[in-house]
Design a protein around this ligand. Structure first.
Ligand SMILES: Cc1cc2nc3c(=O)[nH]c(=O)nc-3n(C[C@H](O)[C@H](O)[C@H](O)COP(=O)(O)OP(=O)(O)OC[C@H]3O[C@@H](n4cnc5c(N)ncnc54)[C@H](O)[C@@H]3O)c2cc1C
Length: 388
């Protein structure tokens, strides 16, 4: 076993840390969130740095990274700002990977260079008002009409839909097929007549809007169908493993950010004649945060390593998501406790981390659904030792 992150990944982390300190300081991210302004300039600079190409093959203008390096990138972007990771992850880490894996050559040439250069962003339209965890209840319909599909229905919680160039829409192409079988994926130009988008006022990362999207007789060329008709659910499930590992990594990033803030503060802040880190109750909270981050990173990187090896990762991705996201919620709470009243100040990123952290337990499949997946996988095996 090799527990070394390696020089290249350490250098990557350092580069990203400096980049975001310079280009996306806490005060600027807070301002963008308060004013709900999409961080376009920062996103463009992230693309210039090559971040938007980390999942894209070189022949399409990308600079692909291994899965553990991708986790390092996810950590640093999430730590810099929820609004940045909400804009980045659906497009680069989900839709980009989906097109690379299932797209036709024509689709790859059309979308992948644009994603890598930051000129194309794709929002992910899966959730609907009456279809959340239960994918089989997805109702937005796409009916074939000659060379086109006609889409009608509604999506909800589509992050970045108002600023993205495209929406990866999960649609029902066969009303008769049971459950998951009749689902397909269409790449829809967001400016197509019949689409209207309405941002939902929300708790955190307000700079990247999360939206309702309405489809009213929207005509989409059949050439924009991704993968096989009726193959939507299979494609989603295969993409969600990596998505869960990335969510776990993002959670690690904000836990690490909170930890560093609280540690620095506890070494400086004096009460009762001593730095508060010397008060055992405070020191213990910091020790607990450090332990939770360590445990979270290990399960996250283990799952990422399995992805890199081409090994099955369903159980490990779900474990990583549960462990890291729930640990992070606890870590942020403790970090705030260490900083006392100052944790409320907008000057520090802690209040932002606190607002952003809950989503990680919900998005990418709720943590209850992750537990269901683990149990299902355990039931399907004869042995109980799933560790390699
Ligand atoms: C800020 C934000 C951004 C988002 N961005 C996107 C996006 O870009 N694209 C997109 O498609 N979606 C997005 N989502 C939606 C997100 O993926 C869903 O909220 C999530 O999948 C859960 O669905 P739901 O909210 O409908 O909850 P529900 O499925 O209604 O679940 C409600 C509760 O019931 C529990 N539950 C449901 N079924 C089971 C079960 N079988 N066993 C045990 N417990 C169960 C859940 O765990 C949860 O606690 C976003 C959500 C938010 C809040």
């Amino acid at each position: 076993m090799d527990f070394e992150l390696g020089e290249e990944r350490r250098a990557l982390r350092q580069t990203l840390r400096s980049f975001f300190q310079r280009e996306a300081p806490t005060a600027e991210i807070s301002r963008l969130d308060r004013e709900a302004i999409f961080p376009r300039e920062i996103y463009n600079k992230m693309a210039e740095l090559g971040l938007c190409g980390i999942t894209i093959p070189e022949q399409y203008g990308g600079n692909p990274m291994d899965e553990i390096s991708r986790c390092v990138v996810m950590e640093e972007i999430a730590r810099a700002g929820g609004c940045l990771i909400y804009a980045f992850a659906p497009s680069v880490a989900f839709c980009g990977v989906g097109i690379e894996r299932y797209g036709s050559e024509e689709q790859k040439e059309k979308f992948l260079p644009g994603i890598a250069s930051g000129k194309i962003r794709i929002a992910m339209g899966l959730s609907e008002p009456n279809s959340g965890s239960d994918l089989a209840s997805l109702a937005t319909s796409a009916v074939r009409d000659g060379d086109n599909y006609l889409i009608n229905g509604q999506k909800i919680w589509t992050t970045g839909a108002d600023t993205a160039e495209y929406i990866m829409a999960f649609v029902r192409t066969d009303r008769e097929a049971p459950g998951h079988r009749g689902l397909s994926i269409l790449l829809v130009d967001r400016t197509t007549p019949g689409i209207s988008v309405r941002p939902i006022p929300k708790l955190a990362a307000q700079a990247t809007h999360t939206c309702e999207v309405f489809f009213d007789n929207v005509v989409v060329p059949a050439a924009n169908l991704l993968g096989p008709v009726g193959g939507g659910a299979k494609m989603i499930f295969s993409l969600l493993d990596a998505e869960r590992v990335y969510v776990a990594a993002q959670a690690c990033g904000i836990a690490q950010g909170a930890f560093e803030q609280a540690l620095t503060y506890a070494k400086q802040r004096k009460q009762f004649g001593t730095e508060i880190i010397n008060l055992q109750a405070v020191g213990h909270m910091l020790a607990e945060i450090a332990s939770e981050i360590q445990a979270s990173r290990l399960v996250c990187w283990h799952a990422a390593w399995r992805l890199d090896q081409g090994l099955s990762c369903s159980t490990e991705a779900s474990i990583a998501k549960i462990v890291a996201t729930e640990a992070t919620t606890r870590c942020i709470g403790k970090a705030m406790q260490v900083m006392g009243g100052y944790s409320y100040a907008l000057e520090f990123p802690l209040e932002r981390f606190w607002r952003e952290t809950k989503l990680y337990e919900i998005a990418g499949g709720t943590n209850q659904i992750q537990r269901n997946i683990i149990v299902k996988n355990l039931l399907a095996r004869d042995d109980i030792d799933y560790f390699p």
